[in-house]
Design a binder for this molecule. Sequence first.
Ligand code: SF4
Length: 225
Amino acid sequence: MNEIRYPVNDCYTCVQGEGVQTGVAMVLLRLHGCEVGCPWCDTKETWEFHPENEVTSLDEALGANSKYCWETAETIADYIAQHHPGPKWVLITGGEPARYPLRPLVQALQARHYKVALETSGTETGHLDAPFDWVCVSPKLNMPGGKTVHLETLAHANEIKYVVGKSADIDRLDELLAQVHLQPDTWICLQPVSQSQKATRLCLEIVQQRGWRLSLQTHKYLGVQ
Ligand code: SF4
């Protein structure tokens, strides 16, 4: 049987800057590849696979660049346990990590006593059978890549973190949420796009009206990764 391999783009210890888990120390594991095409994406280097960027060791791949290395769940989990023993959590993000079947990776990390969180756009379903400890779906609607958000990803989310630029974005979110039955304890977080003041005022207004939650990209205010 072929063992699943995952394209690792980056891996480092940080403090979660966004959403409900803001402030929690985490190992950020970034998988390569995304077809969503958000114009304001701050990891565009992860979008495409170019053969000249494929490398053969994790140490070569890591860093904010377009390099990636295909590794098994066991190798990735061993690497993290050896190099990042401090945090209790690993956050699997991308790119769009749910393009890949994530169950083996989650189980390998949990076997090394990490809790495992996911950040996904909701446009892929490779996480739905994986025993994640926390799932944040950040639905990306009407993006240039033409990918649609799968409603079942929202139904299984612990957190929905939605990026807002203008009031039409709130209308789109309302249309989406009207089609799905969320778990009663799912958090809905609004995050102003690119720290825009106008978007921040709009998010503040809506979260107070609806009893939702504000998500700020605190790592950008702090100037850390
Ligand atoms: S889904 Fe995430 S990685 Fe993909 S384009 Fe959008 S912000 Fe970037």
